[in-house]
Design a protein around this ligand. Sequence first.
Ligand code: NDP
Ligand code: GDR
Length: 321
Amino acid sequence: MKRALITGITGQDGSYLSGLLLEKGYKVYGLKRRASTENYENIKNIKKEIEFISGDLDDLSSLIQAVKLSMPDEIYNLGAQSFVTDSWSQPVYTAQVTGLGALKMLEAVKQVKQDARFYQASSSEMFGRVIETPQMETTPFYPCSPYGVAKVYGHWITVNYRESYDLFACSGILFNHESPRRGIQFVTRKVTDAVARIKCGLQTELRLGNIDAKRDWGFAGDYVKAMWLMLQQEKPDDFVVATGETHTVRDLVDAAFSYVGLRWEDYVVQDPAFMRPAEVDLLLGNPEKAKKELGWEPKITFQELVEMMVDHDLEKYSQIT
Ligand code: NDP
Ligand code: GDR
């Protein structure tokens, strides 16, 4: 039985990935940081099958201990302060967890189990300012937020540990991916949750920031398969994972409101409070390398994704109204 250690197990991707690995017969260990109020919502259906290990990406000793306890064949480093907006109000913390956390996890691998295969959750936010489109593995990075800068550190330290110590370390440069388990602060979920609340008479308006921003949005359930595939290859490498399609936030809002028979113009208010100090205007990925070398394909379309998320939120609110 293969063993996997996942950081960020309570998050969106951690929940889909742990489900996938359990289906494949893995023994799954999850690094879980202490919280006053427990937060197992995303993994409530599989919680009993996971072995949790207490730890924090900011604490190297806890990561060394986690690797010793799990002795994993594969490690997926998904833990991060992952909300771009908060990286301006908490830049040092973001650098410590999202950037140095990757280094600490790699150090734990190097010190305890050098033959473990390592996945780093890199991000399209590393591309930041538009230098070329579509963005691919060779596109230069120009991050536009403390989060993006921290992810660039995590990416390059992964490459460096692979080259310095011969670790099987891969970096997946994933473009935005969403699901009904997406945190409520992120724009897709904020929109689908609001559409459901408005439809159920619980809310009258939706306040948003920049609706001209363009993102390459896919489904999280598809993207965790690419993470797993990267660690099954003969050689470690880095891959862009994206749909190859981009949409504005306005398109997203239009798709979600139209789906329930409403006009978005009647409800959406642009609010400067949700504008960012620096914006990434356009993300559009080229997933050709992942398609060719991993045999990976995204299955869920943008429209299907929006409908899946609206349906989920509608069901949630229709039960309480
Ligand atoms: P989430 O925000 O849903 O989950 C983040 C996870 O990290 C949570 O389990 C959280 O735990 C954990 N975490 C936060 N701080 C720490 C810490 N100090 N020590 C240990 N664990 C911590 O993110 P996603 O699932 O969406 O993303 C997974 C990873 O992929 C992240 O690294 C993200 O930056 C990256 N990424 C995501 C993309 C996306 O579109 N979703 C695209 C590209 C990259 P808790 O529940 O306790 O808060
Ligand atoms: P992003 O996702 O920053 O791309 O990072 P988010 O959903 O937060 O923003 C996407 C775009 O929507 C615009 N926007 C708003 N965003 C939020 N959150 N709230 C609003 O009200 C709003 N109005 C407009 C944003 O300005 C932005 O252009 C996500 C995270 O999952 C990262 O961890 C990951 O690395 C990247 O995706 C790829």
